[in-house]
Design a protein around this ligand. Sequence first.
Ligand code: FDA
Length: 581
Amino acid sequence: MRVVETDVLVVGAGPCGLTAAAFLAMYGVEAITITKYPRTANTPRAHITNQRTMEVMRDLGIEEQVRAVSVPNELMADNVWATSMAGKEIARVKTWGTMVGRKADYEAGSPSAMCNMPQHLFEPLILQGAVDRGADVRFSTELTEIAQDDTGVTATVRYRHTGETYLIKAKYAIGADGGRSTVAEQLGFTLEGETGLGYAVNIWLEADLSRFRAHRPGVLFWTAQPGNDFWLGSGVFITVRPWNEWVLVFMYDPDTEEIDTSEEAMLPRIHKAIGDDSVPVTIKNVSTWQVNHVLATEYRRGRVFLAGDAAHRHPPANGLGSNTSIQDAYNLAWKLAAVLKGQAGEALLESYHQERHPVGRQVVDRALKSADIVGRVPSILGIRPGQTDEEGWAAIDGFFADTDDGRRRRKALEDCLDENAYHFHAHGVELGQRYTSVAVVDDGTPFPAYTRDPELYYHPTTHPGAYLPHVWVERHGKQISTLDVVGHGKFTLITGIGGEAWTAAAEKVSAELGVEIASAPIGYRLAFDDVYGDWARTREVTDGGCLLVRPDRHIAWRSHDKADDPVSVLREAAKSALSRT
Ligand code: FDA
């Protein structure tokens, strides 16, 4: 049998696998990425794209391409609940950083705005980014068996077009093969949690609904009709293209309903959710999926890593699925590159589980809690399974009535929508990952306390383990984010006025360890000019201090002030962050 050798095998070419492929290629690592399908995602699926994900794309150099295709943040604003698209509006809330009281938080937190980027449009751009950087991505190539020993991973793959089976031998593998991961199953990864917590149908369709949506632009439109108390109500329209392409998602109970996905069965449902039978509708695809609440107990077994949905599976509430998957890959790629290039010790790879497993835990739990909060809306409106249409419409009328019950229910809805901030404005969950791991050198101080709700608000800090805070500085007369000063596959030492000794130390340690440590002086009239003084207010170290920032923009180590022997302290810090003995 033919044998192909490589350094890293990436199983899966969804958002996670493609991001891994792109960054491994960018870092000069030999890798093969396989997907059993002949193409990238053929339906929209994930769409909410958060700021951290856009920053990953920024580092890859494709942010502008993504932005050009996406639905911009200002059109993500209005989350609407109504009896149908054409029907009575029940409630409206601003989402994803568009609310007046939250705009500043989002703008201050990142140089990149959130956007709505349907997965079938997003994946080809990441693929192009990967291929442009030399990635080897193989379509229609299915993993059938995988095994590992102390020296490497052996995968049996089948090229589906010819039926040829061959072996791929790799030093490491990433299981980015989604919610039904063969890698997880065959290599004995343990997954804990519950599956089958709900069943849903996605209908991807074209219909010009501009007259119902353009004046209240947004990403999610929730319909509430008698009889359906599912958390997605009677169906949610997800915007794919404004305002003529959508995914209508509705839930069903397989114990009481058998879903017929034929066009004849789907069209009446779609028209009911639109509330106007005269609207022409073209169905592009119908698929089913189930709600899970599952997390791998370990993200690494030997030479194999789980990433993306293979490691964490949860409802789409909060829109964190593909975002977290992309960010897993960003975390892991530079570590594999550093180990394979001999720049880091093997132990660095332990930090992947240490850093990303807690993130997975938070995301999986947050998604389930958010689904629960938003799922209270139908019952507040008086919608119950088994009720007649008359009972249901009367209950909705009662919600608007000048009665004690109407007032009580309207207040209950207001409270519920306020609590939905944890669903639609969880900025702290989106941006606020703080790592504690072998790849972070503690400076003996505690992480700063949260001054606001840690899930709703992002608290930037330069404490080791945190993500580098974004502020705007100036370079050659152009505005540039501190996030753009770092990344690009290398470590960066951020210094301030009087930081020449740190810069010299970075050069020396870089040469000694064979690891690129770039220097970036940020401060008043330095190379990166802190024109507004925002960096001085944010950096939490003195002018004489420094920050050592990892390729994934997390802070590995910091020194509060000048050091007597900068070379030796920087050398020790870099060696520790790279698990070098
Ligand atoms: P993904 O499942 O995308 O990819 C798996 C890859 O593995 C595929 O390329 C497949 O071919 C490959 N593969 C599988 N088995 C293989 C084998 N044996 N051999 C070779 N290849 C194999 N997320 C989000 O962030 N924001 C959002 O708004 C939403 N919204 C949303 C709505 C709905 C309705 C759904 C169903 C889901 C979402 N999501 C989401 C979740 C999102 O779709 C999901 O988290 C990502 O697709 C996960 O990306 P991965 O790359 O991990 O797996």
